[in-house]
Design a protein around this ligand. Structure first.
Ligand SMILES: [Mg+2]
Length: 431
C-alpha cells in the first residue's frame, strides 16, 4: 500500500462542489475542496479518522481563505479597487518563460495590487492555453513565481473547459503531460473511467514497437483487457511526451470500430472524437526560438489520418482563440470581482495581455466584436511574437513587456477619467 492516499472532502463539502456548465461556470466552481493526506492504515483510528483528518484540513483551508481575504500585504490600505477596468493575462511568454518569471512580471503584479501612482488596485485573472496539472497545483506554482497569491478562482488553463465533457463521456483516453498527472486532472474533473496510453501499452506491448514503458510507467499503468473496452472520446490534455507512441494509439482508435482497440473500421468514420485543449502550433520556452506545441501535434495527426485513410479528420480544439474560452473568462472575472472586491457589474474595459497573435490577440479582438464591454488586446515582445515581423492579427497596442502593458492601461484609464471630468455634464433626470 502506498504511504499516503488522497481523500475527498466530507460529504457536505462535496455537495458544495457543482459540476460546471457552460452557462453558470464561476470562480468558486474552479476551487475544489482541499486535498487531504491520510496516514497509513495502521496509524488511523478504526472509525472516522479520515473524516477527522478531512475536517481539520477543511478548517485549515477555510482559515487560509479567511486570512487571504482579510490581508493584502502588498496593498497599501489607502488604495481603492477600480470597478472600471480589469486585466487578463496569458502566462507563457508574458509572465513566465522557461519556468522562470519574466523580470518585469513581479513589478507588474505589484502595480496591479495598488503600488502605483494612482493608488488604484486592479482585479485580474490568468487565461493560459498551457496545462498538464491541476488548477490548484498550477496556482500554487504561479503564486511562488510571481510572489503573489493566485487562486484557482482567477485561473483558466487549456483543459479547464474540458470539465464540462465529463457529463457526456464515460470511458476516455487522456493523452499528454508528465506521468499520471493528466489522468488525475481528468478524474478530478469527474471523468469516470480514464485510460492512458500507458494502460494500452501495458495490455499489449506490441502496440508501440519503439516505445517501452519505464519501470515507473509500468507500475502506474493500470492492467485491463482492452478487448472489452469502448473508448468514447480522446482528450489531449497537455503536450505529448512521446509523439510517435501517442499518435499511433490515437490513430488506432480513430480508425477503429467505436473505440475498440484491435478493430478496424472499413469506412474510417466510426472512431471516437478527439479534443485538444488548445491549438497553439508554437510556444515560448527558455530556448531562444519558439518550440512546437499541441497545435503541431494536431496538424500532424490530421495529416497522418489523411495519408493513411484518404479521409479528412475533424478535430476540436479548446483554449484561446475560441470564443468559448473568452466567455468562460468573462464569467470567471465577474465572479472573481464579486467575491473578492464586491463589484457586481462588468468592467468597461478588460485589457488582455498576450504574446501569441494567433491565439491571444485574435481571440481578444474577435471577442471584443461580440462583447458588450471592450476587450483591449496588448501584445508583448517577450514571447512568441518577435519585433520586425508583422503580427497576423493586429493588437490595439504593442509594448515591450508585461510591466509596460500594465502601465499602458493605468495611464489610458487615467486619461479617460480626466477627459470624462472635463467633458460637459449630460443632463441628469431628477425626481
Ligand atoms: Mg503565451
Amino acid at each position: 500500500m502506498s504511504v499516503s492516499a488522497t481523500l475527498r472532502p466530507p460529504q457536505s463539502e462535496r455537495n458544495h462542489v457543482r459540476r460546471l456548465s457552460g452557462q453558470d461556470a464561476a470562480g468558486q466552481d474552479l476551487t475544489k475542496g482541499p486535498t487531504v493526506v491520510v496516514p497509513e492504515k495502521h496509524l488511523m483510528a478504526p472509525s472516522d479518522a479520515h473524516e477527522v483528518a478531512a475536517s481539520i484540513e477543511l478548517a485549515r483551508h477555510e482559515l487560509e481563505q479567511y486570512t487571504l481575504r482579510s490581508e493584502s500585504p502588498s496593498t497599501p490600505p489607502e488604495s481603492q479597487v477600480t470597478d472600471r477596468f480589469a486585466y487578463a493575462f496569458d502566462i507563457d511568454g508574458v509572465l513566465i518563460r522557461g519556468g522562470k518569471p519574466i523580470p518585469e512580471a513581479i513589478e507588474a503584479m505589484k502595480l496591479l495590487n495598488g503600488q502605483n501612482q494612482y493608488g488604484v488596485k486592479v482585479p485580474y485573472i490568468f487565461v493560459t492555453n498551457g496545462g498538464g496539472k491541476t488548477e490548484q497545483e498550477r496556482c500554487r506554482q504561479l503564486s511562488d513565481q510571481l510572489e503573489i497569491e493566485v487562486s484557482p478562482g482567477q485561473f483558466i488553463c487549456g483543459h479547464t473547459p474540458m470539465r464540462e465533457m465529463a457529463q457526456k463521456y464515460s470511458t476516455v483516453l487522456v493523452v499528454g503531460g508528465e506521468g499520471e498527472k493528466c489522468r488525475h486532472v481528468a478524474e478530478g474533473y469527474g471523468f469516470k473511467d480514464v485510460v492512458t496510453p500507458g494502460d494500452i501499452i501495458k495490455d499489449n506491448t506490441d502496440t508501440t514497437p519503439f516505445r517501452k514503458l519505464t519501470d515507473e510507467e509500468w507500475e502506474n499503468s493500470r492492467a485491463r483487457n482492452f478487448n472489452k473496452v469502448e473508448i468514447e472520446a480522446i482528450f489531449v490534455f497537455a503536450d505529448s511526451r512521446d509523439w510517435a507512441g501517442d499518435q499511433q494509439i490515437i490513430l488506432d482508435l480513430l480508425m477503429s470500430k467505436k473505440g475498440r482497440l484491435g478493430t478496424r473500421s472499413e469506412t474510417f468514420d466510426e472512431g471516437p472524437p478527439v479534443f485538444f485543449s488548445h491549438n497553439d502550433v508554437i510556444w515560448s520556452t527558455s530556448h531562444e526560438l519558439s518550440r512546437i506545441g499541441m497545435g503541431a501535434l494536431r496538424a500532424s495527426l490530421e495529416a497522418m489520418f489523411k495519408a493513411v485513410t484518404g479521409k479528412e479528420l475533424k478535430t476540436t480544439a479548446f483554449g484561446k482563440p475560441q470564443i468559448g474560452t473568452f466567455q468562460f473568462a468573462t464569467r470567471l472575472l465577474q465572479q472573481w470581482r464579486k467575491d473578492t472586491h464586491g463589484i457586481d457589474q462588468p468592467p468597461d474595459t478588460v485589457y488582455f495581455v498576450g504574446d501569441t497573435p494567433e491565439s491571444d490577440i485574435r481571440g481578444t479582438n474577435e471577442f471584443n466584436s461580440h462583447a458588450e464591454n471592450t476587450w483591449f488586446s496588448i501584445l508583448v515582445r517577450t514571447g512568441v511574437y518577435k519585433e520586425g515581423t508583422k503580427p497576423k492579427f493586429t493588437p490595439k497596442a504593442t509594448v515591450n513587456n508585461v510591466l509596460e502593458a500594465v502601465q499602458y492601461g493605468l495611464v489610458r484609464e487615467q486619461q479617460k477619467l480626466v477627459k470624462e471630468k472635463a467633458a460637459p455634464q449630460t443632463a441628469v433626470i431628477t425626481e
